[in-house]
Design a protein around this ligand. Structure first.
Ligand code: UDP
Ligand code: MG
Length: 304
């Protein structure tokens, strides 16, 4: 059986037609479709209930408020029963025509099929710049290159089980999929324009997502203090030597040498200590996330 997980937030305008369209592509398979209503304020839930009445393969989950797409995806994949799970948006920007080729790839033995945008639809300059900036920074800090990737994916049951086992509460779903590993392949697709409505993300929610993404997958920001401390120490040594030389050759004003040296000493000490604390906090942060130390994808059968 295949599962499809779709998050929906205030999608009353086109949800019904879009889900019907997606079902057309799923009908030839044994499938379930899980719609997660991320605390919509419009009629999204009523539409989901109606879809469920008409087709028992469609199920709905409703959040008590808007928790965000990442959490809607988590809630969806926690409920699935299928051997493979397809994740897609409700706005048809992830074209269901690609479902067949995703399933083909899964049958070939790939456990994660990642759909990569060929061209980023007709996007505004602002969106393009912010997306490039976001993925650029993420790549620099975490080493994950998620550019042009999205949440249009197929995940094997094994991958989903591992993701469900991760207990951290701040989630960047794409990052987790990257983190768990497994056999991956990519297919590219043409992203369509959003029909009817505008994006459900605003600058604030995107910034929050970017922060979660960077801080969940890298402690580099905490290590910055140690870098600053080292730079400051080198500068302090140079300036310190110059101050002492000035004092010896009699160019210094009375009392100034002590003040400068004290400032440098205290500054270097404070930054150095902050850096050390930063390293420990980074370690504590990694422990608190409680991720498994490793994930095994296969084992040879036990010998006699
Ligand atoms: N979405 C959600 N919760 C949110 C924002 C968006 O579940 O807080 C859903 C939305 O209904 C859609 C998908 O996430 O199915 C992608 O959203 P959208 O198309 O607005 O984003 P974009 O295409 O701009 O990435
Ligand atoms: Mg969209």
């Amino acid at each position: 059986m295949f599962s499809v997980v779709i998050p929906a937030y205030n999608e009353e305008k086109c949800l019904y037609e879009h889900i019907k369209e997606i079902c057309k592509y799923m009908n030839k398979y044994d499938y379930e479709l899980i719609l997660v209503d991320d605390g919509s304020k419009d009629k999204t839930w009523e539409i989901i209930s109606q879809l469920h009445e008409e087709n028992s393969s469609i199920r709905g989950i409703r959040f008590s408020r808007n928790f965000g797409k990442e959490y809607a995806l988590c809630a969806g994949v926690a409920e699935v029963k299928g051997d493979a799970v397809i994740i897609m948006d409700s706005d048809l920007q992830h074209p269901p025509e690609y479902i067949d080729s995703m399933i083909e790839k899964w049958k070939e033995g790939y456990q994660i099929v990642d759909c990569i945008k060929e061209v980023r639809g007709k996007e505004s300059l602002k969106n393009r710049i912010s997306a490039n900036l976001f993925y650029g920074i993420l790549h620099k800090f975490t080493g994950y290159n998620l550019k042009n990737g999205g949440d249009f994916k197929l995940l094997d049951k094994k991958v989903v089980d591992e993701i469900n086992n991760l207990k951290e509460s701040q989630v960047f779903f794409r990052g987790l999929v990257e983190w768990v590993g497994f056999r991956k392949c990519q297919i590219s697709y043409q992203m369509k324009e959003r029909e009817g409505d505008t994006s459900k993300f605003n600058m604030k929610s995107l910034f929050k997502l970017a922060m979660t993404a960077i801080t969940s997958f890298s402690s580099s920001l905490l290590y910055l203090t140690i870098l600053l401390a080292i730079i400051f120490l080198v500068l302090a040594i140079v300036l310190g030597i110059q101050t002492i030389v000035n004092k010896i050759i009699g160019h210094a004003l009375t009392g100034f040498t002590t003040v400068i040296l004290l400032q440098l000493l205290i500054g270097a000490c404070v930054l150095g200590c902050l850096g050390i604390i930063g390293i420990y906090i980074a370690k504590i942060y990694d422990e608190v996330k409680g991720r498994p130390r490793y994930i095994i994808s296969e084992k040879t059968p036990l010998g006699k």
